[in-house]
Design a protein around this ligand. Structure first.
Ligand SMILES: NC(=O)C1=CN([C@@H]2O[C@H](COP(=O)(O)OP(=O)(O)OC[C@H]3O[C@@H](n4cnc5c(N)ncnc54)[C@H](O)[C@@H]3O)[C@@H](O)[C@H]2O)C=CC1
Ligand SMILES: O=C(O)[C@@H]1CCC=N1
Length: 290
């Protein structure tokens, strides 16, 4: 795993000409990060028939036909839904086989699919960011094909690293599990927050107080985990007094009882439930391969 140094990455980011296909939640979060880290708005073009909020100075076109006479960008970032990728790619075929790096953030869509769509020799990076990118706390994992040059990799590292942390992997097969853990993971944390609030109401709290407690507890625990030297298991142990209240709750969350018959799975602990959820997400990522 290699990350560009800040100075090298900053220079690569500032020099990049980028076309962003899909300016929705993920594309928009990336764009905000790039501009925040010094990419001039004039160097980015968003291609989207119905984009989210596009910052001032960034050109937006609804259709790539408007760009037919323009020189190829350094990086073509693909941030449309995986299911529409096949319909979108043919319009960009002319960018294949040259120096333009095709940088996908789409779940499931494999490097081989992009190589087939853009032709031999096309540099391709497959990556999976996550929505905390919107607040510069993203986690992205990326994988490059052999046609990506060191300079192309540095530029992609700078683009993806502009919204948070980045790791590179050599084995593309890992990306399905990455998608299931860090790509989809924020949703699991939000669900945990929702469940904690609902449980608080069931335990007698007013709804607004339960919401506040759940949210503040999750963000506070995340901040502690971010800053503390201890690992999560030690932080958990620090909350748990012998025979105290936390131990009573953890007995429920950590008891692995798969049950039998129709209600199977009802009594399983959080670890088994999370393993099943992550496996389902990874399976879905593999299903989305094009
Ligand atoms: N939302 C998330 O948490 C994550 C999303 N991703 C990936 O990011 C990609 C985008 O997802 P979201 O931003 O969540 O979806 P989104 O629906 O917010 O954004 C998709 C954008 O594509 C645009 N679009 C539709 N047709 C188009 C076309 N022909 N040409 C150009 N743009 C077009 C839409 O107008 C929309 O703005 C997906 O492939 C997803 O797998 C990856 C990691 C996390
Ligand atoms: O749900 C999805 O398919 C996308 C990819 C990871 C997060 N959102």
């Amino acid at each position: 795993m290699v990350a560009a140094s800040d100075a090298v990455g900053g220079a690569a980011l500032a020099a990049a000409r980028v076309w962003l296909v899909g300016g929705g939640k993920m594309g928009g979060a990336l764009l905000a990060g790039w501009l925040g880290r010094g990419l001039a708005p004039a160097q980015v073009t968003v291609i989207d028939p119905s984009p989210g909020v596009v910052p001032a100075g960034v050109r937006t076109v609804p259709d790539p036909a408007a760009l037919a006479a323009e020189p190829a960008p350094d990086v073509l970032v693909l941030a449309v839904k995986p299911q529409m990728m096949d319909a979108v790619l043919p319009a960009y075929r002319r960018l294949g086989g040259g120096p333009t790096v095709v940088l996908s953030v789409a779940a499931g869509r494999v490097i081989a699919g992009f190589e087939a769509a853009f032709g031999p020799g096309t540099p391709v990076v497959r990556s999976i960011p996550n929505t905390p990118a919107a607040v510069h706390r993203g986690m992205t994992v990326a994988c490059a094909n052999p046609h990506v040059t060191p300079a192309g990799r540095t530029t992609c590292d700078a683009l993806l690293g502009a919204v948070g942390d980045i790791a590179w992997v050599e084995d593309e097969a890992l990306i399905d599990a990455v998608t299931a853990v860090s790509g989809s993971g924020p949703a699991y944390v939000f669900l945990l927050t929702e469940c904690l609030a609902r449980a608080g109401v069931q335990a007698g709290l007013p709804a607004d107080l339960a919401d506040r407690l759940a949210r503040s507890t999750v963000t506070g625990a995340a901040a502690l985990m971010d800053q503390a030297a201890e690992d999560p298991a030690t932080l958990r142990a620090n909350v748990t007094s012998p025979n105290g209240t936390t131990a009573a709750a953890l007995d429920v969350l950590m008891t692995e009882d798969e049950g039998e018959g129709e209600g199977k799975g009802k009594g399983e602990g959080l670890a088994a439930l999370m393993a099943r959820a992550v496996a389902a997400a990874a399976r879905r990522s593999r299903d989305l391969a094009g």
